[in-house]
Design a protein. Sequence first.
Length: 297
Amino acid sequence: MGVCPLARMPPLRDNFTGPLHPWARPEVLTCTSWGAPIIWDGTFDPDVAQQEAVQQNLTVGLTVFAVGRYLEKYLARFLETAEQHFMVGLRVVYYVFTERPAAVPRVPLGPGRWLRVERVARERRWQDVSMARMRALHAALGGRLGREARFVLCMDVDQHFSGAFGPEALAESVAQLHAWHYRWPRRLLPFERDARSAAALGPAEGDFYYHAAVFGGSVAALRRLTAHCARGLRRDRARGLEARWHDESHLNKFFWLYKPAKLLSPEFCWSPDIGRRAEIRRPRLLWAPKEYALLRG
Ligand code: UDP
Ligand code: MN
């Protein structure tokens, strides 16, 4: 397993974990080969993380897209549970992207928490809604969102918070281990393998399979990430290609080229359909059941 070199260093600036305790979870991987911590329950001190973040008077952005039927189906619960669990005690700005601003539910917000609505076009195919997020995020990060927030997390709406999701999840760039794939051998991971695609990874490439339902980082890092992915998506489209898992494939390519500074364990975005696993102690976000027939019909 190996001890993460980061754990022996003084608390990292802008890593918001406090001293790390990777040995508290000997049964799981707590450090990547490039020295980034993989945050599992018990490996960080949430109080120290909170103290550091409060001292810096951090404002955290949380972006979410709710287009078409996803708005009525998921947005209210996502926001209500975020109020209970997401960066409690910090300044938070929600950015909701939708084609119907008037339909956004009026969820009561705690002090120091704001919600802004950004209008986006409604794409016809769900894949296009998903892929259009990179371009829209890039624009927002270059505007008000980028001025207001120091760190931003970008999330899918088809999930809800079930446990504390605090500043320990923040870093210069943050990637989420995919709940269904974190135990798989690397060669089986569903990266894009068609060499013609901008998202392609070679047979020996890829560190982990990351889930596009949660990614984040500083505004500058996310500007680079979203620009890279939007460019790849555009190039593929111009050549009549669509990567296997759409924007997620391009995100995985980006994080292969530019390693994330912090990884979140699958506890941070868990699918209850997987069932109980000993290493999943306290899920922070839970996937909603997939009701594709209803949503994508
Ligand atoms: N999305 C949306 N409307 C759509 C399709 C997608 O708002 O018609 C947004 C929504 O935030 C959703 C995300 O894009 O969570 C990704 O799509 P989805 O969750 O369906 O993809 P999956 O998680 O199944 O890969
Ligand atoms: Mn989703």
